[in-house]
Design a protein around this ligand. Structure first.
Ligand code: IPM
Ligand code: MG
Length: 383
């Protein structure tokens, strides 16, 4: 594609065995689920005995914002750069308007670090029931990964307000679509589709109504898809995509969409998979020039914060995605297997219809990891 071609859409993982992780638990149930995640990650590392983690905690949160007037202190981003990955809890607090907390912390990391690919896998986990009758009979019918553009589009932050408080006050939010931004993300999405068994992608657009940015998005897609003849591709308008996700989930594998479209579709996906409380998100810089950031989708959930009942499964799935990104594919599989075994045994928090607390679920997952490790002889071969 000439001079705008994006180099290295997927850089190789680090060749280290000690992964230095920055943790930002932040608000609400964030600290509880992140400490559960760290416990599980350390158990995973001890079980495999071929890699380890170090964690450094950053107390950036809405409390800090209220106290100091900013979420990220001077030089904060630079101090994150040296880590292999960032594990993020949740941001959001009633005392701070949502757009301030989001732009002050999460987007203030995602955008400068060019974490342009947001990855949202969705499956019906064992022990979780989909509201779709077809998936109740056969949960394997819903196995998707949504790739969300994460650096521009409707979240570009371009716009403003004029005539403040006048009856003719005006406000704009201008979506920004760039050829470069679309190409790098679409290439990443096609690489992801190619790495999955079905090698199939659905490209989502709304170029019938939005005749500039969305048409550029379509044009770039037409060019990129030519480089992936082995990936089966189809195109959907975003509104029609909601029907297909609901009525024909088995026809979908990888989905690629713009920032706002994928935001909405990923909530639908999580609900169709049985719970919006357990979905993970990876904010990736596929070039690996900056650390990538991993977070559960659920948010700060202040109503249950500090009660020991928060569901840590979203964080465990997030940790599995992080471990996979760091190059420990087998460990990621074992972590998810342990999580599903525990959920399948009925050890679940209240939001999934169970009675267990955060600690019980966490300890059960740790025990299950050790059991799997023993059965398969992990650890004994190492060191
Ligand atoms: C998400 C969330 C955020 C988003 C909110 C909290 C602004 O819904 O990660 O999907 O829209 O990006
Ligand atoms: Mg969302």
């Amino acid at each position: 594609m000439g001079s705008i071609s994006v180099e290295r859409p997927l850089a190789p993982p680090p060749s280290t065995t000690t992964y230095n992780i920055a943790s930002i638990p932040a608000d609400g149930i964030g600290p509880e689920v992140i400490s559960a995640g760290i416990k599980v990650l350390n158990t995973l590392a001890q079980t495999f005995n071929t890699f380890s983690f170090t964690f450094e905690h950053f107390d950036w949160s809405s409390d800090k914002y209220i106290e100091k007037g900013r979420y990220i202190p001077e030089g904060g981003l630079d101090s994150l750069r040296k880590f292999h990955a960032i594990l993020f809890g949740a941001v959001g607090d009633q005392r701070v308007p949502d757009h301030i907390s989001l732009w002050g912390l999460r987007l203030a990391i995602c955008q400068p670090f060019q974490q342009y690919a947001n990855v949202r896998p969705t499956r019906v986990l064992k022990g979780v029931t989909s509201p779709l009758s077809s998936c109740q009979a056969d949960p394997s019918k819903l196995d998707w990964v949504i790739i969300r553009e994460n650096s521009e589009g409707e979240y570009a932050g371009h716009g403003g307000r004029s005539h403040t408080n006048q009856p003719w006050e005006v406000a704009t939010d201008v979506s920004i679509f760039t050829r470069h931004g679309a190409e790098r993300l679409l290439r990443f999405a096609y690489e992801t589709a190619r790495s999955r068994p079905r090698k199939q992608i659905t490209f989502v657009t709304k170029s019938n109504a939005q005749r500039n940015g969305m048409v550029l998005w379509d044009d770039v897609h037409e060019l990129v898809k030519k480089d992936y003849p082995d990936v089966k591709t189809d195109k959907m308008l975003v509104d029609a995509m909601t029907c297909r996700m609901t009525l024909q989930p088995e026809t979908i594998d990888t989905v690629v969409a713009t920032n706002l479209h994928a935001d909405i579709l990923s909530d639908l996906a999580a609900a169709l998979a049985g719970s919006i409380g357990i979905a993970p998100t990876s904010n990736l810089d596929p070039t690996r020039q900056n650390p990538s950031m991993f977070e559960p989708i659920h948010g700060s959930a202040w109503d249950i914060a500090g009660k020991g009942v928060a569901n840590p499964v979203g964080t465990f799935w997030t940790c599995a995605e992080m471990v996979r990104w760091l190059g420990q594919e087998e460990a990621a599989e074992v972590l998810m297997e342990a999580v599903e075994n525990v959920l399948g045994q009925g050890v679940k928090t209240r939001d999934l219809g169970g009675k267990a607390g955060t600690e019980e679920v966490t300890n059960s997952v740790c025990e299950e990891i050790k059991q799997i490790g023993k059965q398969r002889g992990f650890g004994s071969k190492a060191k």
